[in-house]
Design a protein around this ligand. Structure first.
Ligand SMILES: C[S@@+](CC[C@H](N)C(=O)[O-])C[C@H]1O[C@@H](n2cnc3c(N)ncnc32)[C@H](O)[C@@H]1O
Length: 287
């Protein structure tokens, strides 16, 4: 029913459906194509991880870190683990995974900016032992994120962080999680892929820049000169991919003062003049 509902909500062109169907049967598509077709669960997690791993490889890093803020039951963290393995097979880059959560569900909302009309204390409680038994490599960091994020980088010293999924729902919790980016820039790739779960929705949810995650992003940008969170323009037009809501949920944290921020990563360095073609003569004739 979930899959059928998603198809009704976000219609999928027949050619994509046919490819997905065939791929489910014969598993012939490569991982990046599966992501572009939406032929795999949570493609936004996979796409961000893949891009982070590719960037790491270009910069000579062998391992990166991915974080999910807001774990709840743990479906997202388990999905992150599955994608991390596929990305490792694709790129050779290993991925450390951390999941931050209170462990006891949502704390009380602080004020209207936490959008209490959407979320309340105790929502999304976790069964930590059950989840731990299912996790392979991801580590749970339990407690109020305001506290657990504070010395995370200096104490844990993880490989450079390349992807962060923000799904803490509240303005206050997201603002706290964003203090992660105040750590020394050596703990990050120069550009960190970020997914914000609660920025796209209907009129009754009314996500907006004055409350919730979007306000936390705006405040962060107002108070930081050298690190900025910016949406990626035109993500849905790249690579013949199927336009989806998640394309509007991806931001990049730019660490402008990072030692590697300016290092070239582009594979294109020349645009040589094309050889003369018949078409040019045609244009001349039409003039
Ligand atoms: C919507 S759920 C996360 C869902 C999960 N990402 C998934 O895809 O299955 C939000 C989670 O954020 C956690 N959370 C919210 N505010 C928090 C805070 N201040 N400290 C720690 N955890 C918090 C809650 O415990 C809750 O489990």
């Amino acid at each position: 029913m979930g899959r059928l509902q998603r198809l009704i909500d976000e219609p999928v062109p027949l050619r994509f459906l046919a490819l997905r169907f065939l791929d489910r049967r014969f598993n012939f598509l490569g991982y990046p194509t599966k992501l572009n077709l939406g032929a795999i669960e949570r493609p936004h997690y996979g796409h961000c991880l893949l891009k982070a791993a590719e960037l790491a490889r270009k910069l000579g890093q062998g391992r990166i870190t991915a974080i999910e803020f807001g774990v709840a039951g743990g479906n997202g963290l388990l999905s992150l683990e599955r994608h991390a393995e596929l990305v490792r097979q694709e790129t050779g880059i290993g991925i450390n995974i951390y999941g931050f959560d209170s462990g006891t569900g949502m704390p009380p909302p602080r004020d209207y900016r936490d959008m209490p009309y959407m979320w309340q204390q105790g929502y999304f409680a976790m069964e930590a032992d059950k989840l731990r038994a299912r996790l392979h490599a991801a580590r749970l960091v339990l407690g109020p994120v305001e506290q657990t994020v504070r010395d995370f980088c200096s104490q844990e010293n993880p490989p450079p962080i390349g992807f962060v999924a923000f799904d803490l729902d509240y303005y206050s919790s997201t603002a706290s999680a964003l203090t992660l980016f105040d750590a020394n820039s050596r703990h990050f790739l120069p550009r960190v892929a970020c997914y914000f779960d609660d920025v796209v929705g209907d009129i009754d949810w009314a996500y907006n820049e004055f409350t919730g995650e979007l306000l936390a992003i705006k405040d962060f940008n107002r108070s930081h000169e050298d690190v900025k969170l910016a949406r990626v323009n035109g993500l849905r037009f790249v690579g013949g991919r199927l336009p989806r809501a998640w394309h509007e949920q991806i931001f990049v944290a730019h660490f402008f003062r990072h030692a590697d921020y300016d290092r070239p990563i582009s594979e294109v360095s020349q645009h040589p003049l094309d050889p003369p073609a018949g078409g040019e003569r045609l244009l001349e004739a039409e003039d």
